[in-house]
Design a protein around this ligand. Structure first.
Ligand code: SAH
Length: 340
C-alpha cells in the first residue's frame, strides 16, 4: 500500500479534491502527521469518518522498524528495516549549532566510487519518499528533540533518485509540517550533471555539495567511475552556471587519500580549479575501511594541503569526524548484517 508520508501537502490537497472532499483537510492532516505526530488515523478528530476511512484504505501510516541503535558520545547510528526486509542506515550527530541527521537515499549504490564502502553493494532500489521522511520522524521520536539540519549523505546517490528526493525536501521543508529550513538541508552528489541543472531551477534554497575528491580527470577517473560519464571539463562549467543562477555557495567535498590525491601539486591544481567560484572546500580525512588500497593521509600532510588552499585564498575547512567507534563514519554506512 502507498504510504501517507509519500505525499506533499499539495499532493494531499489534490487527493482530497479528487475524492470530492475539501482541500483544507490537507493542512489539517499535515498537522496531525507532522506536528502532533499521530500513529493512528483514529486520533484525528476534525475530519469526517468517511474521509478518514478512504485515506486509511489507500494510504498506510505505518512507521519503519528501528532494528538497532548504536549510541556513542555525540553520535547515534540507526539501522532501519524497510517493509520489504531491506536495511538502511541513518546517523545523528550533535553539533554545537544543532542536531543533524545524515539520511540514506537508496538501498545500495551504483556509482562505484573505489574508496566508498556503501557502493560495495550495488543498488537494489531507490528509497521512496516516505522511507526518507520516516528516517527523520523516527529519529526525532527516539531522541525526543527536534532535528535542525538534514544532510543527504548516507547510502546512495540522491540525484539517481531525484523525484523522490525533491518530494522528500518539500515535505520536510513545509512550514506547516516538520519545517526544516531549506538552508539547513544539504544534498551531496558525485556530479550527475543533468540533475544538477534541474536542481538549479527548484524553488527551495537547499545547499548543494559535490563529491569532488580529485583536481583533474586523470585522478578522478581512477577513483570515481562517474567521471567517465560526467568529466570535470563538463562538471565545472555546469557548477559555475549553477552558482550564477542560484547565487548559492557550493560545497566541495575532498577526501584525502594518501599518495593518490593529497600532494602539494594536487592542492595547487585544486586551488586553480575552483578559483573565483563562490564555494568552499571541505577536506575529509579518509576513514579507513577494509579496503586496503586506500590509506588515510597523515595529519601533517592534511595541514600542508589545507595551508596551500588557504594561501591561495580558497575557503577551506577540515571535516570534524564523528562516529569512528561505531562505524558510522562517512562511507562506512554499511550494516554488518549485509557484509559480504
Ligand atoms: N553519493 C553521494 C552521497 C554520498 S555522500 C555523493 O557521492 O556525494 C557521502 C560522502 O562521503 C561522499 O563525499 C563520499 O565520497 C564520502 N566518503 C565515502 N567513503 C568515505 C570514506 N571511507 N571516508 C570518508 N569519506 C567517504
Amino acid at each position: 500500500m502507498n504510504s501517507i508520508y509519500n505525499l506533499s501537502r499539495e499532493e494531499l490537497e489534490e487527493y482530497f479534491l479528487s475524492i470530492g472532499s475539501k482541500k483544507f483537510h490537507a493542512l489539517q492532516l499535515f498537522d496531525w502527521l507532522y506536528v502532533k505526530r499521530i500513529k493512528d488515523y483514529n486520533e484525528i478528530t476534525n475530519i469526517k469518518k468517511e474521509v478518514i476511512d478512504d485515506i486509511s484504505s489507500n494510504y498506510s501510516i505505518s512507521p519503519l522498524k528501528i532494528v538497532e541503535v548504536q549510541r556513542d558520545k555525540d553520535v547515534n547510528k540507526y539501522l532501519f528495516e524497510l517493509n520489504d526486509g531491506e536495511h538502511i542506515e541513518a546517523v545523528l550527530m550533535m553539533h554545537d549549532y544543532g542536531i543533524s541527521v545524515c539520511v540514506s537515499s537508496q538501498v545500495g549504490c551504483n556509482m562505484g566510487c573505489r574508496f566508498c564502502e556503501s557502493g560495495r553493494r550495488k543498488k537494489v532500489r531507490n528509497l521512496e519518499t516516505y522511507e526518507m521522511v520516516l528516517q527523520i520522524l523516527m529519529i526525532e521520536e527516539d531522541i525526543k528533540t527536534r532535528i535542525s539540519h538534514v544532510v543527504v549523505m548516507g547510502i546512495g546517490e540522491p540525484f539517481d533518485n531525484y523525484d523522490n528526493l525533491i518530494r522528500f525536501f518539500r515535505i520536510i521543508n513545509d512550514q506547516k509540517g516538520i519545517n526544516i529550513g531549506a538552508r539547513h538541508i544539504t544534498v551531496s552528489t558525485c556530479g550527475i550533471i543533468p540533475k544538477i541543472e534541474e536542481f538549479s531551477n527548484i524553488d527551495m534554497q537547499i545547499n548543494l555539495a559535490i563529491s569532488l575528491h580529485a583536481p583533474n580527470n586523470k585522478i578522478r577517473d581512477l577513483i570515481m567511475p562517474i567521471n567517465k560519464v560526467y568529466p570535470l571539463d563538463k562538471l565545472m562549467p555546469c557548477l559555475k552556471e549553477y552558482i550564477s543562477k542560484t547565487n548559492r555557495r557550493l560545497t566541495f567535498e575532498y577526501i584525502l587519500l594518501e599518495g593518490i590525491n593529497d600532494s602539494e601539486d594536487c592542492a595547487l591544481e585544486l586551488a586553480r580549479l575552483v578559483k573565483g567560484m563562490n564555494c568552499y572546500i571541505n577536506l575529509i580525512p579518509y576513514n579507513e575501511t577494509n579496503n586496503i588500497e586506500y590509506k588515510r593521509t597523515k595529519t601533517v600532510q592534511i595541514m600542508r594541503f589545507y595551508d596551500i588552499l588557504k594561501k591561495n585564498n580558497i575557503n577551506v575547512t577540515i571535516r570534524r569526524e564523528f562516529g569512528g567507534n561505531i562505524s558510522a563514519a562517512c562511507g562506512q554506512l554499511r550494516s554488518k548484517k549485509e557484509e559480504v
